[in-house]
Design a protein around this ligand. Structure first.
Ligand SMILES: [Zn+2]
Length: 232
C-alpha cells in the first residue's frame, strides 16, 4: 500500500516537473519595440521576440505607441518567459506573462499588434484573431487609422517596394493607401519603349518608366510587352 502511494506520488511529480520548468522568470531591462524586449536571464540580457504577433515597426504609425504600451506593462518588472521557438536571428520567441497577464494578448486586445498569421500556428491563435478583430471593431490603437498596414507587408514594400526613390517616410501616407488597396505588385512601363517591369528589376526605375500597372494583364492590355530580363 505504501509503495503504491509512493508510486502515485512519483507519477504526479513527473507530470508537475515539466509544467513548473516550462518557463523562466526575469526582469525586463529593455524594450526595443512593441514586440521585442530584453529580459535578464542567468545574469545577462536575453532578447525576446513575442510569439505569434507583430507590432508596427518603429517608423510606422503607432510603432512608438506600441513600444510605450509594452513598456508601461513590463519595463523593469519581473516577467515569466515561456519559450516557443527560436527565430532566424537566434532570438527566443516566447509567450510573456506579467503576473497572470499575457503581454502578447494585451497587445492584441488593445490594438497594438496583428496576429502574425504566417507564424501563429497554435490552437490559441484563432482566439487571438478574435482579440485582434474586436480591437479593430472598436478602433483601438492602430485601428484608429484606416490605412494601417501590417508590418510584414511594410517590410516587404520597404525591401521590394515602389522603387527606392518612391519610398520615404514623408510619403508614408501615400504608401499606406497604396498598400491598403491590396496591391502587392505594381508594374512599371516605359512610356517610350512600351516595355514593362516588375519591382526589383534594374530597369524598374528607368527615366521613361512612368506608367504604372496593377497587374500583368493591365500592362498587356495597354499594349506593353514584358521585359525579357525580369519577365513580369
Ligand atoms: Zn525588367
Amino acid at each position: 500500500m505504501k509503495s503504491l502511494k509512493t508510486a502515485f506520488f512519483c507519477i504526479v511529480l513527473v507530470f508537475l516537473i515539466p509544467l513548473t520548468c516550462f518557463g523562466w522568470k526575469g526582469k525586463v531591462v529593455g524594450v526595443a519595440d512593441g514586440d521585442t524586449i530584453t529580459v535578464l536571464h542567468h545574469g545577462r540580457g536575453e532578447k525576446i521576440r513575442l510569439f505569434g504577433i507583430d507590432c508596427p515597426e518603429k517608423r510606422q504609425a503607432f510603432g512608438r505607441r506600441a513600444k510605450q504600451f509594452t513598456s508601461s506593462l513590463v519595463y523593469k518588472k519581473r516577467v515569466e518567459v515561456r519559450p516557443v521557438a527560436r527565430d532566424r536571428y537566434g532570438r527566443t520567441v516566447a509567450l510573456v506573462f506579467v503576473g497572470k497577464l499575457s503581454l502578447n494578448e494585451e497587445l492584441l486586445r488593445n490594438g497594438f499588434a496583428w496576429v502574425y498569421t504566417r507564424y501563429c500556428r497554435r490552437d490559441f491563435c484563432s482566439r487571438w484573431r478574435k482579440l485582434e478583430e474586436e480591437a479593430r471593431e472598436l478602433r483601438l490603437g492602430l485601428w484608429a487609422d484606416k490605412n494601417s498596414i501590417a508590418p510584414w507587408r511594410y517590410r516587404h514594400f520597404k525591401k521590394y517596394g515602389y522603387g527606392a526613390s518612391a519610398y520615404s517616410v514623408a510619403s508614408l501616407k501615400d504608401f499606406a493607401s497604396k498598400a491598403q488597396q491590396e496591391v502587392p505588385v505594381i508594374f512599371r512601363g516605359n512610356a517610350r519603349s512600351k516595355v514593362f517591369h516588375r519591382p526589383g528589376c534594374k530597369y524598374y526605375n528607368c527615366s521613361g518608366c512612368s506608367v504604372e500597372f496593377r497587374s500583368r494583364e493591365e500592362a498587356l492590355a495597354a499594349g506593353f510587352t514584358p521585359c525579357r530580363r525580369c519577365s513580369p
